[in-house]
Design a protein around this ligand. Sequence first.
Ligand SMILES: Nc1ncnc2c1ncn2[C@@H]1O[C@H](COP(=O)(O)OP(=O)(O)OP(=O)(O)O)[C@@H](O)[C@H]1O
Ligand SMILES: [Mg+2]
Length: 613
Amino acid sequence: MTTLNNNQRPPHTVDPVTEVEGKGAATQEEEYRVNPAKALWQFFRGERARLGLSLVLFVLKHSPVWLMPVFIGRITHSIEIGVLQGDYERGLHSLLLNLVLVCLIIAQNIPSHMGFMALFSRAKRNMEACLRSGLVRRLQELSISYHGQMRSGRLQAKVLRDVESVERLSHMLVNGVVPGVLGVGFALIYTFSKQPWIGWFFVVTIPVVALLRKVFVFRIRKRNREFRRNVEMMSGRVSEMIEMIPISRAHAVEGEEIRRMDDELEHVRSRGVKLDMINAFFACANWVSFQVIRMVCLAVTSYIALAYPEKMSISDVVKYFTFFEVIIRSVQQVLNVYPMLARGFESIHSISEVLDCPDLEQNRGKRKVRDIIGEYEFQDVTFRYKDDDAPAIQDFSLHVNPGESIALVGASGAGKSTLMNLLIGFHRPTAGRILLDGRDMQKLDLRTYRKFLAVVPQETVLFSGSVRENIAFGLREVSDDRIWEALEIANASDFVTRLPEGLDTPIGEHGGWLSGGQRQRLSIARAIIRRPKVIIFDEATSSLDAVAESLVQDAIDRLIAERTTFVVAHRLSTIRKCDRIVVMKDGRCIESGTHEELMDLQGEFHRLQTLQS
Ligand SMILES: Nc1ncnc2c1ncn2[C@@H]1O[C@H](COP(=O)(O)OP(=O)(O)OP(=O)(O)O)[C@@H](O)[C@H]1O
Ligand SMILES: [Mg+2]
């Protein structure tokens, strides 16, 4: 279902200030933070066993890296046995034995790596698919006010780009952070058990690395966040610009549009360059410091072997130098993936914004609507859009009998579409109540109620499928007869018959290959085919020619028979068959009655009628 409002907030004021339903508390995006590790753990909910097993295989496949220094030490020690101790046989034996052992350990990498990938890839891809599906579900559940505030491009970036970076984050965590931690862990445990003071030397160097990290992390995080917002903003503007092309072309303001987009692109470009420069500096500063530290380590161990040969042999120098290499590479690995981790955590935050957003329509546990008669009662209904000073609807009271057709008229901005959105349940009254068949709508499961409702919105919403797909939207297995019957009532059968492929003719993106009047009649047919008990028709403001208008008019006349109907009319001629006319002004009902009664009254309706004739 689509919102009836065509005058939504301008896109540059989109930050999601969402309202918690029923509590009225505002949750600012800035204030809202999640624990990314916890959230990621939640994302992998159904995949934890597979993930755990894959990690076991990962440790196995990665073991050659941290076992290698031990074997390098042992193989070089064979030289010491042969040359320094003069036992050539034992030296050669030790050399060959250690060579075979280390080769076996290295070779097991192939099966364990393949096993790890088979499990991990599945876990990761399943998580990705589940996350997207979760987001899609949530987007369908979030209230229409939320969608009114969020730009679709921004939400799209969340479903596509952010989920992808969470997938990359999991990849980096397992392939970058886990081996890093394992490498440092094993090297430290081994060194401490053999040569504690070398262990202490290693321990001292790790904070140096950590300090380096701290210097850069804060800035990188901040810039990543800004950059993400800029890109989302830009993607929203691009889709908006594309939608606006016919209008900007018609008004010859292409130059202005291009300039506006260029400014936006320039902003993103300069931010991107700054971000790249910081990331680059981070990487090379790391490299230089690590190389220096590495040489210092070699010098320290060599000095110990030189000054205290009884404590440390040459093979020990080689072994600990290699261990230090492992430590450095591990720390470096973690630091190198850091920017990507930061981006991934940012994306987790961005996704959680949607997944945890409380601005849902609360239907759970509410009374299901099994059938409706179509009687409505507005009791002193007031509704105010968030951030708006004046209420859009004020003390509105109206009783609608089952089967009655009500025409709503009034100047632009009088609140007609808003009133209809209240009727659909997209918004809740700020004060007062709406009763459906005597039951407060607040207490009803609105999804079940809407099954009895059909809406022809002010802005016709069609998609790029065929005529058939557009009319049967959301319904399963609809017969051609039923479609033709709906087209007949909507006065659309003639033109559909003339289309080259009849019902199967594609209608172009947003129905762009059809005329305005044709689109509107398809939209009416879509409403009729649902056999609703209540129809809401928000007439399009775009003017139709006399023929098209009379076709639409006939369709409305047929529509209002035998069911409760609300027709928002801009052309007063379209409502000649309505039972009652309600005149709205500044959100209030100022007149109501039949056409004759209102004409006799010589009030607002009379004035509007005179203006239009
Ligand atoms: N999403 C929104 N956020 C804030 N204010 C809104 C929003 N939608 C509408 N309004 C305001 O509420 C008032 C009523 O708007 P509404 O769209 O209901 O008028 P309308 O009678 O349908 O007008 P039109 O005949 O032009 O369609 C207007 O003042 C409008 O600016
Ligand atoms: Mg409107």
